[in-house]
Design a protein around this ligand. Structure first.
Ligand code: UD2
Length: 319
């Protein structure tokens, strides 16, 4: 009897940075169970919370037969599509492979749902601020013209549109977000494509050199992962939040130098910093107009100082 009262989530990419934080949050509600599909290409098995309400499949979402069978056989109330080759640089090196994961695999899942008339309460897809490209217009707003400049950005934008079109054309309940620069616990700093903040933190912790690509005065809109996963949960569990795309950001512009100073302050350590030329294709400034998602009560904004303090504490706990 009890099993029928559980809400079931499919989280693709559930061993990754954002997926694992989301799974942890979902499990705090004892009426949720989570199925994770992750090929561990970027995610880490140790990120997955241990619970009898979590089922983990080490599988690529590009395995059409596996994903179709899973969607048909299981009943998922909520489908959260986070699995991706998350590196813009990787997509430049391996455009077709990125496309297969970031776009084709997701389209294939949408088709399985449509063709088999599989009911669900909400499907969510994580798009990216990358879709705005290097447009100098700030802050970035959802209604702005997009300028996807890499395969990564093209696939994120295409999939976001496909998800919204499936919602419109086939009456599926769907919602998408565009993430800005997410930071916090469980981000894998060992990947060269990891977020700058986790690389900086790792350098401080281990006394390793850190390279600024450029003068460190470039700006980003950093958002704490705890706020991001609450936004995802809020969007999928709010029936009215559908058929739309939302920026997920703090709406604040911070330089890398400011972040470095704050982390030095919190850790009491000095960054061993060097400078190199800016990364090819790097954008100088980015921040969001986050007012659209702020209409929802579930959207929270942890301040950068509070978020960095939580992040530093989580890294020091593990040391
Ligand atoms: C972020 C996303 C990316 C995509 C993009 C859209 C992350 C990790 N990546 O890329 O997936 O959505 O936004 O615009 O969130 N930097 C250094 N030293 C380092 C690493 C980075 O100086 O060791 C600089 C880098 O050159 C850039 C800034 O830090 O100017 C932020 O880099 P990032 O890789 O964290 O994120 P971003 O904004 O390029």
């Amino acid at each position: 009897m009890e099993a029928t009262t559980l809400s079931s989530y499919l989280v693709t990419g559930g061993a990754g940075f954002i997926g694992a934080n989301l799974t942890e949050l979902l499990l705090t509600d004892s009426s949720n169970k989570v199925v994770i599909v992750d090929d561990l290409s970027m995610g880490l098995k140790r990120n997955i919370p241990k619970s009898d309400r979590v089922t983990f499949f080490e599988h690529s979402i590009t395995d059409h037969d596996f994903m179709s069978k899973l969607l048909i056989d299981e009943h998922f109330d909520y489908i959260v599509l986070l699995a991706a080759i998350a590196s813009v640089a990787d997509s430049v090196e391996r455009p077709y492979e990125t496309h297969q994961v970031n776009q084709e695999a997701n389209l294939s899942m949408l088709e399985t749902l449509r063709v088999n008339k599989i009911p669900f309460k909400k499907l969510y897809f994580a798009s990216s601020a990358a879709v705005y490209g290097d447009s100098p217009e700030l802050p970035k707003k959802e209604t702005m013209a997009v300028k996807p400049l890499t395969q990564y950005a093209v696939d994120k934008f295409a999939t976001e549109r496909e998800v919204l079109n499936y919602g419109r054309l086939y009456n599926m309940p769907v919602v998408c977000t565009r993430f800005f620069n997410v930071y916090g616990p469980k981000q894998n700093p060992k990947s060269p494509y990891s977020g700058v903040l986790s690389i900086m933190m790792d350098s401080l912790k281990d006394g390793k050199p850190f390279t600024f690509f450029g003068d460190g005065e470039q700006t980003r809109d950093f958002i704490y992962v705890g706020d991001v996963v609450k936004a995802i949960r809020g969007l999928v569990e709010t029936p009215d939040a559908r058929d739309d795309v939302f920026n997920v950001a703090n709406g604040q512009q911070t330089t890398l130098n400011q972040v470095a100073a704050a982390l030095e302050n919190l850790t009491g350590k000095k960054l061993d910093a060097t400078h190199k030329a800016p990364r090819l294709g790097d954008i100088r400034d980015s921040y969001a107009d986050a007012s659209k998602i702020d209409h929802f009560d579930f959207m929270q904004h942890t301040s950068l100082s509070e978020g960095l303090a939580k992040y530093v504490a989580s890294v020091q706990d593990k040391a």
